[in-house]
Design a protein around this ligand. Structure first.
Ligand SMILES: [Fe+2]
Length: 438
């Protein structure tokens, strides 16, 4: 089955027609900076208090609230940390009766328990116990939606882990959205990805999201600065479905979409004469070829840290040449296998490209393949004030703005609707892609 973007319609809507016609405002609860900030700080205090104490009366203390990992249509992995070792247990079920139990294998302080034999696209209730004592409130999650699903939604963001009010404001906007999963474009915790920064800059800010929605990370350069990414590798359990069993890049399916997370820090990806020798590249080609032969894959999304197209600091500055190399090395294979959209961070602004193919903006002709839309979504909370007002709109660029934000994508079979939403809850950019056939 062929995937087609009706580029004539897409360009008419988001390019030549001008994005302004499609600007709108979501009915979000955040209406002003002041309100958002008040909400941010009160929720920060709330999160801090509840993550620092346990419901247990036995002295057991919950150090890290449970978070979801590796969701499938029939299973869910849940991880949490306790102060001191105990026997971990999850009571769960389709109703609040929590009729099923899954146990950890042995007493530990870092608990990872998989819930098997679940129904696809279903909401489950769950509660964490340690040595038989409840450690959390009753929570919920949803299993991954099956291919037959009409649609789903996800958010994308990067460069987030500052732990400051900017990150918390964007987090409040995320909480106001209804989405099934999140993809992270790297630089997850600052300043250097050390394990010590994951609690204040990732697990605490996103506590109320990651307990009910799976977040899928990718590696930024800062995430590698301490111990070559050890903090990242310890924090996340991703489907390491590549021949090396590496957690630095992976693929997963959600409904009728394929998602691929790449490690764009790998030097070979930048070298045209050497990329063919990269195990990651060989694996990427294999995954895309598999999807090409799978009629149930209608959408293809790839996310990684370094942006091939950016009018921001790195796109213009000292890394300009290095980022441009990605257009020669990585992008041709993404185009060949009809990737729809690429999400990046590294630069801390929002930017959307026109559909690009072979280095050119797609014209309004109609063919089997179409250009890729590139999204820079590095406004998760780190900030970039020194670069404000110096963004440069390249010829590829449909929209660019310096804003803390999150990118929100809704899929309804062949229709994709993308919105960039700033930290005041305002839609700053909106675009749609309509596939003529799926
Ligand atoms: Fe970066």
């Amino acid at each position: 089955m062929e995937n087609r973007v009706t580029r004539r319609e897409f360009l008419k809507k988001v390019g030549q027609g001008g994005f302004g016609l499609y600007l709108s405002t979501l009915p979000l609860s955040l209406t002003s900076c002041t309100q958002a900030e008040k909400k941010t700080f009160s929720s920060f205090q709330e999160v801090y208090r509840s993550s620092s104490k346990s419901l247990s009366k036995t002295g057991l203390e919950l150090l890290r609230y449970p978070y979801l990992q590796c969701p499938t249509t029939s299973s869910m992995k849940i991880a949490w940390k306790t102060k001191g070792t105990c026997k971990g247990e999850i009571r769960y079920g389709l109703t609040q009766d929590l009729e099923r139990i899954a146990n950890g294998l042995s007493p530990t302080d870092y608990h990872v328990v998989t819930l098997p034999d679940l129904q696809p696209g279903a909401q489950y209730y769950y509660q964490i116990f340690g040595d038989g004592t409840p450690l959390t409130e009753m929570e919920t999650f949803k299993t991954a939606k099956p291919c037959s699903s009409k649609g789903f939604s996800f958010i994308a963001f990067g460069d987030s882990g500052s732990g400051n009010a900017d990150q918390y404001r964007v987090t409040e906007v995320m909480k106001s959205l209804n989405f099934d999963l999140a993809i992270l474009t790297g630089d997850i915790v600052y300043p250097d990805g050390d394990a010590a920064y994951y609690e204040p800059n990732y697990f605490r800010p996103y506590r109320d999201l990651i307990k009910k929605v799976p977040f899928f990370p990718s590696l930024g350069n800062h995430d590698l600065d301490s111990k070559n990414g050890q903090g990242y590798l310890e924090a996340f359990d991703v489907p390491a479905n590549n021949p090396l069993g590496s957690k630095r890049y992976y693929a997963f399916r959600y409904a009728h979409a394929l998602f691929i997370a790449l490690d764009s820090n790998e030097g070979l990806l930048y070298k045209p004469d050497q990329i063919q020798g990269s195990p990651q590249y060989k694996w990427l080609v294999h995954e895309l070829q598999k999807a090409e032969n799978d009629p149930e894959v209608n959408w293809r999304f790839v996310f990684f840290h370094h942006p091939p197209y950016s009018g921001g600091y790195h796109g213009q500055g000292s890394q300009k040449e290095r980022l441009a190399q990605l257009r020669k090395t990585l992008i041709p294979v993404l185009e060949k296998y009809r990737v729809d959209m690429v999400f990046n961070g590294h630069d801390h602004h929002y930017e959307r490209s026109y559909p690009i193919r072979d280095g050119s903006i797609e014209s309004d002709h109609d063919s089997d393949t179409q250009g890729i839309v590139y999204i820079v979504t590095g406004g998760g909370g780190r900030g970039n004030n020194f670069w404000r007002n110096r963004l440069k709109k390249g010829p590829w660029c449909a929209y660019i703005e310096d804003a803390f934000h999150v990118t929100y994508v809704e899929i309804d079979r062949g229709l994709l609707t993308l919105k960039a939403i700033n930290d005041r809850g305002e839609v700053i950019d909106k675009a749609t892609i309509q596939k003529s056939r799926i």
